[in-house]
Design a binder for this molecule. Structure first.
Ligand SMILES: [Zn+2]
Length: 197
């Protein structure tokens, strides 16, 4: 099965549940605009959670290249869209990743793929940040990895829980990034011309 283009098992049941949800919300699932909604939502949800059927470690191990370069590699402003596991509402923003190779590098687009896979699962921002870091650390085995995520949470914004434009920042790091100087170098490079979300 190709999780990018095909729907997973359970699509019909998912749609049936959404029909019940519409009724419970006081809607009429038979009215024109809603007839196809349960199936559309079921398909959308399967796309938004397609990361469950994908293996982020394999994405990296399939694209390892031996390389002597041992300076910091930075991939910044990677867009991501995820869903919070508490409200099943979107949170989205930018991820910045840095790692210091230890004999191996990976394709830059593969880092973005790893972000994409983990974010297409139900998440909390803190765990998402950590999973991206761990995946890169475990597969590339670099001198260190650091991940910084900046996100807006629709569950905060739409429900008016906090300031409408609050941005939540999380970070996690390993190895060489335990040194404040190394983290600073990364943060300085990020500040450069980084766009806000
Ligand atoms: Zn939430």
């Amino acid at each position: 099965m190709n999780p990018e283009t095909e729907y997973r098992e359970g699509l019909e049941q998912l749609a049936a549940h959404y029909e019940s949800i519409l009724k419970l919300l006081g809607e009429d699932p038979e009215r024109d605009g809603l007839q196809k909604t349960p199936m559309r939502v079921a398909k959308a949800l399967q796309v938004l959670t397609r990361g469950y059927a994908q293996d982020p470690h394999r994405v990296l191990t399939d694209a390892l290249f031996e390389e002597k370069y041992n300076q910091m590699v930075i991939v910044k402003d990677i867009d991501f869209f995820s869903m919070c596991e508490h409200h099943m509402l979107p949170f989205y923003g930018k991820v910045h990743v840095a790692y210091i190779p230890n004999g191996y590098i990976t394709g830059l687009s593969k880092i973005a793929r790893v972000v994409d896979i983990f974010s297409h699962r139900l998440q909390v921002q803190e765990r998402l940040t950590q999973q991206i870091k761990d995946c890169i650390q475990d597969t590339l085995k670099p001198m260190g990895v650091m991940v910084v995520m900046e996100a807006k949470h629709m569950c905060m914004q739409m429900r008016g829980v906090e300031k409408q434009n609050a941005i939540t920042t999380t970070s996690d790091f390993s190895g060489a990034f335990n040194q404040a100087k190394t983290r600073e170098e990364f943060m300085n490079l990020l500040r450069g011309e980084s766009k806000r979300i």
